[in-house]
Design a binder for this molecule. Structure first.
Ligand SMILES: C[S@@+](CC[C@H](N)C(=O)[O-])C[C@H]1O[C@@H](n2cnc3c(N)ncnc32)[C@H](O)[C@@H]1O
Length: 253
């Protein structure tokens, strides 16, 4: 494997996802931002080194750990779960789910480089991996996913920030069966009433309309921002009670 190195320029203030990094790989140096996933996944080991070793990201372990605790509490067996891991990236969540003993994991990500990195870095973790936009899923892919009867949805480090919008979250939610398990994380401020991301309105409505039962939630540090600020998130584990109806879907961002 070719080595890479990176420098994190010292800054007083950085915006999450737009933090600059200077990476050298195969003799070339270029400036990237932290949410430039195609470029980051293309360099083996960079994603883990940057987000997990350097910026202390805890999320795949925290979210999947919380799911594991709730399953245990409810006497539910992980080997009966078929998980749909949305925003799967290079497979860190798939690996945690497999570690819990989940029967099958299906990955979905919008970029080809994520699928390539998942196959390269964690071969065999995903039973299938779809490069698709969940807001515009072709019928045949939807049928293929439905045939697996997914009964668990995981979305980690992927909601908001120009990644997965409420509409794609809702489409993924409607792909899993009723009584399916839902495990995701989201920046704490996104759950404040009327947050412009649209997530607090959607999730509150899902709970109020008995479409989602929240079983457990945990406030924790997702990672550090490049300026050292802790980025605090909620890990949420719940159980699906029903599909999000079309009239609710059509109003989503
Ligand atoms: C920070 S990564 C998280 C990867 C992985 N879940 C983890 O925790 O390591 C966010 C991922 O969401 C993906 N993504 C962004 N928008 C998406 C969309 N609309 N549908 C599916 N995946 C999307 C990105 O390509 C990226 O791989």
């Amino acid at each position: 494997m070719d080595n890479f190195s990176f420098i994190l320029p010292e800054v007083d203030k950085a915006d999450q996802g737009k933090e600059k990094i200077i990476v050298t790989y195969k003799g070339k140096t270029k400036e990237l931002v932290t949410h430039d996933y195609p470029a980051i996944y293309s360099i083996p080991g960079l994603y883990e080194n940057l987000f997990y070793d350097t910026l202390n990201c805890q999320s795949p372990k925290v979210v999947c750990g919380l799911l594991g605790e709730v399953l245990k509490e409810k006497d539910a067996s992980p080997d009966e779960l078929v998980a749909l891991d949305v925003g799967a990236g290079n497979g860190m969540v798939g690996e945690e789910l497999a570690g819990l003993g989940v029967d099958k994991v299906l990955g979905v990500d919008i970029i080809e480089e994520a699928a390539e990195a998942a196959h390269r870095d964690r071969p065999g973790v995903y039973d299938a991996y779809y490069v698709q936009d969940l807001t515009d899923l072709p019928g045949e892919v939807e049928d293929e996913i439905n045939e697996e009867n997914p009964n668990c949805l995981s979305i980690v480090a992927a909601l908001g920030f120009d990644d997965i919008p409420p509409q794609a979250f809702a489409s993924g939610y409607n792909l899993i069966t009723d009584k399916g398990w839902v495990a995701f994380n989201i920046k704490d401020e996104f759950l404040q009433k009327n947050h412009p991301s649209g997530f607090s309105d959607l999730i509150n409505r899902m709970v109020d309309d008995d479409l989602l039962e929240i079983m457990e939630q945990k406030h924790y540090q997702h990672r550090l921002c490049l300026d050292g600020t802790p980025l605090n998130y909620y890990a949420v584990v719940g159980r699906k009670q029903g599909d999000i109806p079309n009239q609710m879907l059509s109003g989503l961002q």
